[in-house]
Design a protein around this ligand. Structure first.
Ligand SMILES: [Zn+2]
Ligand SMILES: [Zn+2]
Length: 1003
């Protein structure tokens, strides 16, 4: 049978120089009779393990390699064994900083096989210019480095390499070396050649017809099958080169043992240390008197130790406890890890899994070996210090952040392809505007769609154009092909790996020391990943609770008044339940206890909403729907959700109570239901029904119950996750209820500019008073001052971080000139501060101070010069006199405030209108106020624009919806800062729908 091994192959990991995907590559190898296939991306190995695994899954031998730059020429390197793989990673790490030298390679040559590469290789390049002496001398150097058995002279039967084949073969024969045939693969099929050229053009930043573009001369660089390779006419003369591919593949005997975690040793006897820490924690949480807790703890410890994860728990508790001890706020626990009592006793989590009905098996299942994975949230402000601690403890070389591969998304792909094909930017930009930069599927149906097709559903105009314009259809087809190609490296948000050995023993590194394998592959390589996530709500809670001297971890989670505040739709600032939809749901749900918040978090998702689960839950809670249980045995499991299944843990409980499952077995059932694998489900159904019948349950009923939990499990949620979130929801609600002003100050300090205006309006409506910014007392963040919130300097537009430190260091300032002199701010920053009233305390009008900035800056510069030259004075006294200027007209100051702060502070233009209170806000048809925000969206199906417009007067604000027809008419007049009158109506959901708009002062 015809056989062939591909030894020179580029994938999507060659960064815009290949679009072969590992899975497609593996399938094609099987179909095309390729028994072994290498991955040799340019200068790096990001795709190595992906390809290795994909090929292994289909029974094709994977060979790991790299096409390196050695100085100015290519060289293909293949790993023959483990030592070669070690050397290859080391070379890839060096390569991340630039081309290798031959002496780099010589230091790491053992275990490697070298091929002379394409026409950009040193040997073929010399042959091409007929410099045979040079070709021979390079070849001899390679032989010195790798040994004659491990150097192959590469032959390619296409492009500029084809005419060189006879000379290269002659050279090889003279040196006693093997010739080896390759196809320099860059894509899957011949038809993909055009996409490859477009991709190369994108990479080089040229148009396709640009003569400077370097592209492949023929469409031959595809994954040819074994027969295809043998059928190449020129190959008939080089049968040995074809056969030698198998000989080289045979030399490559690297076998990787993937997926074995290799953690640093935390203590001499980790099991004993874990036992002692855990029991100590049980005592300090005062739970040791309870037998249920003791039994659960012993059971968990037993499982953890048997599975070999004591060290993992110890490492996590160590950095979590370090963080707490050093004032870095840590989340209460999120994800399945919150189900572990050991984690609770070690201080990794902060909610009692027994009280909150959370299961350990959901995290670590003794019946299914897998790596545990705690998601740990830290306050954003302290996250890096925890990572620094970990680096210090385990050593720089043992800790690394994880790279991600940023790929070409549909929108970028369309724009890039269009540019390369000479479509004007403005034209394509108009079509792609409506496509989000990152596409996230929202439904199961969307999940199954190709991401490119999903993106197209946002751009109906583009699809229509492609329907009538072949050029556009072509662009879309190419962009679809290229979507998903790797374009550059990025950094994983919170992922850090820790290794027992230096991380370079597991993965190649990037130029700044990140792992060059991505999240999945570092774990396959044996590193253990820890997620250090920064959550800004934890910063809010931390700042507010410090300001009021409360440790929120000690809150009892059961204060009725706190729940009462969540029952209207004013949940702004409350973690997870502040969105308008969630707030409205709370009005119906009427949360009265902690479990209600957990349920709210779990149920407010598309699935439970659309399937009616949420409505049933609410109806049953309020007694409008009868609470029933399918069988008395499951009552205990479903009681606290009124007979509905809300949580995955309840699916497990039902299986346990009704069908005699262990919790471990029940977790397997839950997983099987989640994955919907028919064969597994069949086995589980039989097991469930048999178990239930043995418990005295009627067989038909048992089947019915199985079917119903199978249905609900699709929508059920991880209770551990929801409960962890709900703790933070409660903490924010508690702080907001008891300490509204400090809470508001903390919230405004942490939130982004985009959200601040909204929070200020909400807080004002709740009675919070605001003081404008003041250069003498404002700090970076918002502060509490005399029961009001003092504006923070971070929230002034046009003032950067670099401005803040010197400004604050110089406080207080005696007068305007003193301020300009010592704050060392530039003119624009000064004008921005004056405009928003931050200098009002100097008792000059804002117009005069603005007019004086230029003169005051001369004074500032002279002071700086004097301090540099060491002289007290340059003898040029600037007269400290303010330029006289008339105050800005009425309304001007307010307009600057809105521009610089995102909201009005010292007054409100609505109150400038003939002194009357604006018209009705509630239920009325007419509203007068100032437009403060216009948030434009597009209707997905039609691409037409609509908008959510915020309008406010001195003490109220409202959101008005402008649907497409109305918006098209009044888009131009809806200007932020303008006083307007809206006419419209309240729809069924209570939203104000605008129909007409006019200038208010025209009335
Ligand atoms: Zn090459
Ligand atoms: Zn190549």
């Amino acid at each position: 049978m015809t056989d062939f091994a591909h030894l020179h192959v580029h994938t999507i990991y060659s960064f815009l120089d290949g679009h072969l995907r590992p899975d497609a590559m593996a399938r094609a190898c099987v179909e095309r009779g390729i028994s072994a296939c290498a991955v040799t991306d340019h200068g790096h190995m990001g795709g190595a393990l992906r390809v290795y695994k994909a090929l292994k899954d289909v029974g094709v031998k994977g060979i790991l390699g790299m096409e390196a730059w050695i100085g100015t020429g290519h060289l293909v390197l293949l790993a023959r064994d483990l030592q070669g793989y070690d050397n290859l990673r080391a070379l890839a790490t060096t390569h991340a900083r630039g081309p290798l030298s031959l002496s780099n390679v010589a230091d790491h040559a053992r275990g490697l096989y070298a091929l002379t590469a394409c026409v950009l290789g040193h040997v073929p390049a010399a042959v091409q210019v007929r410099d045979m002496d040079r070709a021979r001398s390079v070849l001899r150097r390679l032989v010195t480095v790798f040994g004659a058995d491990n150097v192959g002279v590469e032959l390619q039967f296409h492009g500029p390499m084809a005419p060189l084949a006879p000379a290269l073969a002659e050279l090889a024969r003279g040196e006693g070396l093997d010739v080896v045939a390759t196809n320099d693969v860059h894509y899957l099929d011949a038809k993909d050649a055009e996409a490859q050229n477009v991709l190369m053009a994108i990479r080089q930043g040229h148009r396709l017809r640009d003569p400077r573009l370097f592209q492949h001369p023929s469409p031959d660089y595809w994954l040819k099958g074994a027969q295809d390779m043998h059928d190449i006419p020129q190959a008939q003369f080089f049968q040995l080169a074809l056969a030698n591919t198998l000989k080289v593949a045979d030399k490559c005997q690297l076998k990787l043992d993937l997926g074995k975690p290799d953690l640093p040793q935390f203590a001499d006897d980790e099991n004993q240390t874990l036992d002692s820490y855990a029991f100590h924690g049980l005592v300090s949480r005062a739970l040791d008197v309870n037998d249920d807790y003791r039994r659960r703890l012993e059971y968990e410890l037993d499982v953890i130790k048997t599975m070999g994860y004591a060290g993992y728990y110890l490492i996590v508790q160590d950095f979590v406890n370090w963080a707490r001890a050093h004032g870095v706020a840590v989340g209460p626990g999120r994800g399945s890890g919150a189900g572990s009592l050991v984690a609770y006793c070690l201080g990794i989590t902060d909610l009692d899994p027994i009280v909150h009905k959370l299961f350990f098996e959901r995290f670590l299942n003794p019946e299914r070996v897998s790596m545990p994975d705690f998601d740990i949230d830290f306050a954003q402000g302290g996250r890096q210090s925890v990572i620094d601690y970990v680096v210090g403890k385990y050593g720089q070389e043992h800790v690394g952040q994880i790279a991600t591969y940023m790929t070409l998304g549909p929108k970028a792909a369309i724009k890039d392809v269009a540019r390369v094909l000479d479509v004007p930017f403005s034209e394509i930009n108009e079509y792609t505007r409506a496509i989000p930069p990152t596409i996230r599927p929202k439904t199961l149906e969307e999940e199954e769609m190709h991401v490119f097709d999903l993106a197209m559903s946002y751009a109906p105009d583009l699809v229509a154009r492609a329907g009538e314009d072949a050029g556009y259809a072509h662009i879309l087809a190419l962009a679809r092909d290229l979507t998903g190609c790797c374009r550059q490296l990025g950094k994983h948000a919170g992922g850090v790996v820790i290794g027992r050995r230096p991380i370079v023993d597991y993965t190649p590194l990037t130029d700044d020391g990140r792992t060059a394998y991505d999240m999945k592959d570092v774990e396959a390589a044996g590193l253990v990943k820890f997620d250090f996530l920064g959550v800004k709500t934890l910063d809010v809670v931390d700042i507010a609770s410090r300001a009021v001297g409360v440790d929120v971890r000690t809150l009892s989670l059961d204060e009725p008044a706190v729940y009462a505040t969540l029952q209207d739709d004013k949940n702004w600032g409350v973690f997870q339940i502040e969105s308008p939809g969630m707030s409205r749901m709370c009005v119906d749900l009427v949360p009265t206890c902690f479990d209600d918040i957990v349920a709210a978090v779990a149920l407010y998702r598309p699935g439970p909403k659309e399937s009616g689960m949420l409505a049933d839950f609410i109806a049953r809670k309020h007694g409008r729907q009868k609470v029933t249980y399918p069988h008395p045995l499951v009552e205990a499991a479903l009681k606290d959700t009124w007979g509905t299944i809300v949580y995955q843990e309840q699916v497990m409980q039902v299986a346990q109570a009704l069908a005699g499952y262990t919790l471990g077995g029940a977790d397997l059932l839950r997983r099987a239901m989640g994955k919907k694998i028919a064969k597994e489900m069949h086995a589980q159904r039989a097991k469930f029904v048999d178990g239930a019948v043995a418990n005295g349950v009627d067989k038909t009923l048992a089947t019915e119950i199985f079917n119903s939990i199978e249905f609900f499990s699709g929508y059920s949620f991880n209770r551990s996750h929801a409960a962890g979130y709900a703790v933070i929801s409660y903490q924010t609600a508690w702080l907001k209820y008891h300490h509204l002003v400090p809470f508001t100050a903390a919230l405004l300090t942490i939130e982004d500019q985009d959200d601040r205006g909204r929070y200020v309006r909400e807080a004002r409506a709740a009675g919070v008073k605001f003081l404008g910014p003041d250069v003498n007392v404002s700090r970076a963040g918002f502060l509490v001052e005399d029961g009001a919130v003092r504006w923070g300097l971070v929230a002034i537009k046009g003032l950067g971080d670099a401005h803040l430190a010197p400004l604050i260091a110089g406080q207080p300032y005696a007068d305007f000139f003193d301020f300009v002199r010592r704050s060392a701010l530039d003119g624009q920053a000064l004008k921005n501060l004056i405009a928003v009233g931050a200098c009002d305390r100097f008792h000059h009008n804002r117009a005069s101070m603005t007019a004086t900035v230029a003169a005051a800056l001369i004074d500032q510069r002279q002071t700086q010069l004097a301090s540099v030259s060491g002289q007290m004075s340059m003898g040029l006294e600037v007269e400290h006199r303010l330029v006289d200027a008339d105050p800005w007209p009425e309304g001007q100051e307010l307009e600057f405030e809105l521009k610089g702060l995102g909201t009005y502070v010292t007054g409100h233009p609505a109150s400038l209108v003939d002194g009357t209170t604006p018209a009705t806000w509630d239920g009325g048809r007419e509203v007068t106020g100032v437009i403060v925000d216009v948030f434009e969206r597009r209707v997905r199906a039609t691409g037409r624009k609509w908008a959510r417009v915020t309008i406010e007067d001195a003490d109220k604000h409202m959101v008005a919806l402008f649907f497409a027809d109305v918006y098209a008419e009044c888009e131009k007049v809806l200007v932020v800062g303008r006083l307007m009158r809206l006419i419209g109506y309240r729809n069924d959901e209570g939203a104000f729908v605008a129909l007409e708009v006019s200038d208010a002062d025209l009335k």
